[in-house]
Design a protein around this ligand. Structure first.
Ligand code: ADP
Ligand code: MG
Ligand code: ZN
Length: 623
């Protein structure tokens, strides 16, 4: 249900006040009750006791307000009593047989309280149930509205959230998004059009109807969309693809209809469908004939997008990290015909992103965000955001007021590899083996010309890994070559080969290495045409298939092709094995040296590591 802004505003004020008023009464009532009970509990005397005390001359004064009686004794204690409301005090006392002469000795003060609080206090016991009654009714209806908004009453109404132009809590603008220049440029144009459509239409330009943001997770697609909302000053409807798909068939489609209807009525407007692949997957392939509900929703989106008049100023944005599985119909002209790549940030962009997230955080004076950017190739904006956050947490945990360079560096590794495993204590044998395993990775990486240089070697357990060898490319890479792939596979095998040849035994520690290497080899064969035997053919189709509405990477090769691929993959792996074996046999001394240092120090930084291998005559520089 898309709520009108005014209505919510007004409704909020009323409901807020109702709660306030009710709370006020409840508190007063409870307080009054409490005070009364408190007094009565241990200081109450009944009237015959009072008469008795008057007769025995224990009392100095009596104060009577309405039905309440306050009695002060000669020993200064104060007690309370109560009489009937409409009988007078003296009558009451005489009826109980008070000695008149003794009564004359005590001072008596009689008052009528007609103040507001007194009346309120007397009325409350009657009002309270009524208030309670209304309170219950109010709670019930409120709950109904919340639950019913989507399901019970108004099933189909779109769930889109309307972000009013100035309604965002923290307004996000393009200034909050670093890098992604291409996408920003494209979206600035959109904002410009919505603000100033005449400028474009007067020279006959057709404004794009749909804009699809594509990019890896965490590259800032959702952030960009929010920035557009913040910049454009128009109605902005945002919904996630998965919200269309519900239990009931037909709900998704009717939600789409409602959302477009509302957007059309409030144009100029932007509709943003996040994670559109949840509804926009290729239709009608895979097992089970696809998901009816999903397909109907997708069809409805297509119908709505075609139904716009050229003069309508409604723009539809969508985001996905799986453009390859989208239905081609979505990408046709007139629909999402503008596709914008949201790229992973390069080094310069990373500095900018870090600067954005460094705002409002205290750092030591000589902080160098450039170093962080250098060490984080392949990180997304979201990764960098968590590096900053982890660093701040670390500083706070150590009761420091400022974040240091060290905090940042340690956080990079934490984000990349998971937290250090404190609980796992390696025994001597395990540690020695892990040291050799990691040294195996490291030395292969240092020898092979196309492998990335080693930045750190460690035998400290992190996440699932026993130890780790950190290697980072010198520059951001957009493409990888066959030779680089082959060297990468060899480096992954380094640990395995060392275990097998030097220890004559294998541990489970290599399983991840083997998976990574095999997957890489397989991609070389099936996707990149890098196997001579296969030649220039991509065996893997780019699109995904669906099974019951979910994406499945079905690989339906023939039996023969499958066998052929397997053969090619193992050929690549075996060749790599041979190269690694050669390296560790030739550089056995260096391997021993690195392992020994690792057992001793547990972690070798780049400088320490390079010093060791230089000592064995290995050149560090790569050309
Ligand atoms: P996506 O939708 O592409 O998966 P998000 O937009 O949700 O990624 O990004 C997650 C978070 O990462 C953002 O809230 C932001 O803090 C950070 N982030 C990502 N990209 C950038 C960027 N280019 N500039 C600044 N912050 C970014
Ligand atoms: Mg997102
Ligand atoms: Zn390994």
């Amino acid at each position: 249900m898309v709520k009108n802004k005014k209505e919510t505003g007004f409704g909020k004020i009323v409901t807020k006040n109702i709660i306030g008023i009710i709370l006020f009464f409840v508190v007063i009532f409870l307080l009054a009750n409490y005070v009364q009970n408190d007094k009565k509990a241990d200081q109450h005397i009944n009237l015959s006791e009072l008469v008795n005390d008057i007769n025995t001359e224990k009392i100095t004064s009596i104060k009577n307000v309405n039905d309440k009686i306050e009695v002060t004794y000669k020993d200064k204690t104060v007690k309370f009593s109560k009489k009937e409301n409409d009988a007078s005090l003296t009558d009451t006392l005489s009826n109980l047989g008070v000695d008149k002469t003794k009564l004359a000795l005590t001072s008596i003060e009689i008052k009528d309280d007609t103040s507001f609080s007194y009346i309120l206090m007397n009325l409350l016991p009657f009002l309270f149930p009524i208030i309670l009654f209304f309170l219950v009714i109010w709670f019930l209806t409120r709950g109904m509205k919340n639950v019913g908004g989507g399901q019970a009453f108004s099933f189909g109404s779109s769930r889109a959230k309307l972000m009013a132009p100035d309604g965002q809590k923290e307004k996000i603008t393009f200034a909050d998004v670093a890098g992604v220049k291409e996408a920003k440029h494209e979206l600035e144009e959109v904002v410009d059009f919505l603000k100033n459509p005449k400028k474009f239409t007067s020279i006959g330009a057709r404004i794009p109807r749909g804009i699809l943001l594509m990019g890896a997770p965490g590259t800032g697609k959702t952030l960009l969309a929010r920035a557009v909302a913040g910049e454009a000053n128009v109605s902005f409807f945002s919904i996630s693809g998965s919200e269309f798909v519900e239990l009931f068939v037909g709900v998704g489609a009717s939600r789409v209809r409602d959302m477009f209807k509302v957007a059309r009525a409030s144009q100029p407007a932007i509709i943003f469908i996040d994670e559109i692949d949840a509804v926009g997957r290729v239709r009608g392939v895979g097992m089970g004939g696809g998901n009816d509900e999903r397909e109907q929703t997708l069809n409805q989106i297509l119908v709505e997008m075609d139904g716009f008049e050229p003069s309508d100023s409604v723009i539809i944005m969508a985001a996905t990290n799986r453009p390859d599985v989208l239905d081609p119909a979505l990408l046709r002209p007139g629909r999402f015909d503008r596709r914008v790549n949201v790229e992973l940030p390069d080094r310069k962009d990373r500095i900018e992103i870090l600067k954005i997230h460094a705002k409002n955080k205290p750092f030591v004076k000589d902080i160098r965000l450039e170093t962080v950017a250098e060490r984080t190739p392949g990180f997304s904006g979201a990764d960098l955001h968590s590096v900053m956050n982890e660093a701040a947490i670390m500083a706070a945990r150590h009761d420091r007021k400022e974040i240091t360079q060290d905090d940042l560096i340690v956080s990079i590794e934490k984000v990349m590899l998971g937290p250090i495993r404190q609980t796992h204590v390696m025994n001597k044998k395990e540690k020695n083996l892990t040291a050799y395993h990691e040294a195996g990775h490291a030395i292969v990486a240092s020898i092979l010309p196309y492998a990335d240089p080693v930045h750190k070697v460690s035998v400290i357990s992190r996440g699932r890994a026993m130890g780790y060898t950190l290697k980072l490319p010198n520059e951001d890479k957009r493409m990888q070559s066959k030779l680089e792939f082959l060297d990468d596979i060899a480096v992954s095998l380094g640990g395995y080969v060392v275990e097998k040849t030097i220890f004559g035994d294998l541990t489970t520690g290599s399983s991840n290495d083997l998976q990574v290497a095999s997957a890489l080899a397989r991609d070389m064969v099936t996707k990149y045409g890098m196997s001579d035997a296969v030649g220039p053919v991509a065996l893997e189709p780019a699109g995904g298939r669906t099974m019951f509405g979910n994406g499945v990477e079905a690989k339906n090769y023939s039996e023969k092709t499958n066998e052929f691929i397997d053969n090619e993959v193992s050929k690549i792996m075996n060749e790599a094995y041979g190269r690694v074996l050669e390296i560790i046999t030739k550089h056995r001394e260096a391997l021993d040296g690195i392992s020994k240092a690792l057992v001793e120090k547990e972690t070798l930084e780049q400088g320490e590591y390079e010093e060791i291998i230089r000592g064995f005559g290995i050149r560090v520089e790569k050309d």
